[in-house]
Ligand binder design. Sequence first.
Ligand code: GTP
Length: 510
Amino acid sequence: MTDSSSDKLIEVLRKAVSRTSILAEGNDPELDSVVRQIRQATTTGIDAKAILDVLNNAEPLLIKSDQTQMNRAKQVRHTLEALIDLLVEQGSNPVPQNEKKQLEAQIRSHWQSPAQWPILLTGFLTLVEKTLHQASYSSEQPKNSLFKRLFNRRSESEDTQSNQDIMLRISHTLAGLMDNLQLPNHYDDDIADLVKALQSTNDIQLLPDLMDEVINFVMVAIGKTQESLANYLTQLNKQLASINQTVTSSYNSQKSLSESREGFNNKLQMQVNDTSQAMQGINDLDSLKSLINDRLSTISSTMSEHRLQMQEREKQANQSITSLKNKVVRMEKDSTSLRSLLQEKMALAMTDSLTGLPNRTAYQDTALPLCKVMQKTNKNICLAVCDIDYFKKVNDTWGHLAGDKVLRLVPKQIRSVLAKEDLIFRYGGEEFVIIFPDTTLADATTRAEAIRATVERTPFNMKGEPVSISVSIGIAELQSQEDPESLFSRADKNLYMAKESGRNKVIANK
Ligand SMILES: Nc1nc2c(ncn2[C@@H]2O[C@H](COP(=O)(O)OP(=O)(O)OP(=O)(O)O)[C@@H](O)[C@H]2O)c(=O)[nH]1
């Protein structure tokens, strides 16, 4: 391997590894340490074939792991939402509204984060507990485990038929979640047992233990995602170790080449010395002629033997340089596709999958810099929070799919009246945030009023029937020195007032 090819290869590999490590870092401390080891390994040397193989293997693994995680996250979110709906439907105990809204907001914010799933499930259990024991709930109760509290404060009279019904439906919903967790095969029997237990019980006393089991399995499922990434990185690390070996052996073969050149020089020198010594004992011309012929042919055969050896080595070196060049080209391509995969992943993380709109993360990334620029350049900027009215009723009456359809159509209506500089985000659930850059409060209010009127006029078709949908909107204008959180909170308060004053309203103030 020549120095320049080696340098180039090391450079490309460094890039590829550092890009790959962006995907892996921050997932878990163990992975971070593997990534650090990989970086150390790349400082000493590389074998292109090995790294190419491992990068090729990595790509489908990363894509698959991403898709699996997204599907699982959606399933967890739908399960949690269905569980809350079931709790509301049981009717005999009112669900505490504040806690319910808080949990729904947590679900909307964290459903894509596996580490939060157990917390969300536990949050649901807390809601069940508060719903079923609202009357007897007291902060003086000993702070036993959540499940114990749920257990112990249950009185006979509470063991109502409706509790049993709701338990039955909760069990079925949880069983659906378990079916979709995609755990390793050796968990099959345990999962089957748990699903069976869930489906065959209508005893609310068993909910805490069963829920505990479900949370454990959710944790295992999260671990599995990390595990596949960790496997990939461990493999990459092994390959890099073997790469070091290859470079060392390439160095050794170079060393043997220079040793053989030195051997050739010595041999030649010895033959010349021999010849000159032999010549000293000769005094007739014919003997001298024959000695010289003899020695010349020995020297010439040594030289051609050496030339052949050198040609063979040169051929091998050329072949290995060509193959190395090809590998470098392929690795460059590979690292480009890895980079675009990373860009796709980042775009995906910023996009709401249902509506295709930028999501809450994108909003958070955009709001602060945009507000700062507007404040610096003394321009107005307004923010509107827009919420679909009685959206739960749409879901309840027409089903979640119809609800999803409304969620896709409403932003299209909103877009149709916005200026092209205006930005719209799906903030969560049925809530959208609109930013009006370089716009006065009066103009933003006019546009918001146009949004309200357009949505109100649009007949949404549900299973052949036209259904009216409306939105409520709260607007606020950014003050000098104000931060985006405070702007949002003022707009949100106006939204609350719009809802309180009957919905299908726009409320704006300074
Ligand atoms: N179909 C569907 N429903 C969703 C989605 N995200 C949130 N929801 C539902 O949206 C509903 C929001 O209900 P609420 O917060 O009670 O609000 P609302 O019924 O619109 O009532 P107001 O806002 O007070 O007018 C809940 O039932 C959620 O389950 C989604 O992505 N798809």
